[in-house]
Design a protein around this ligand. Sequence first.
Ligand code: FES
Ligand code: FES
Length: 157
Amino acid sequence: MMELTINGVQHHINADPDTPLLWVLRDDLKMTGTKYGCGLAQCGACTVLINGNAVRSCVTPVGELGAAQITTIEEIEQDDIGKRVVAAWIRHQVPQCGYCQSGQVMAATSLLKQTPHPTDDDIRAVMVNLCRCGTYNAVSAAIHDLAGEAAEEGAKQ
Ligand code: FES
Ligand code: FES
């Protein structure tokens, strides 16, 4: 039995320490907003935030998480930046089929936490989640929009 803090709530998990976090989220806790794509750390569909950083939950053993703060798409709008990312995703109509988008939102939130004014190169370096629907231009436009908002806020201060 171990404890995991997910979206600010402590959960008692009865799983082998080697079990990937994604399995616990989806199968044990029924938090199905985080998606399974490749299972190999390649596609980013399973991305969650761990202590604010984007992490691929399909290759993250639960036994390594300890007291880490885990945030999933279900609660991302409780985060100020996450809320703005979701709003920009809607404004720019980013999702097509939507399958990759929870991972995309988590990756963008992590990027903007660390780099409020990302350049094209920053966006290209971080936003490597795969999208079969090809929403890459919309993802980029939404992040540029958010970077502009952050720049305006900075100018006002
Ligand atoms: S399912 Fe985790 S990176 Fe593809
Ligand atoms: S929106 Fe369909 S896979 Fe990205």
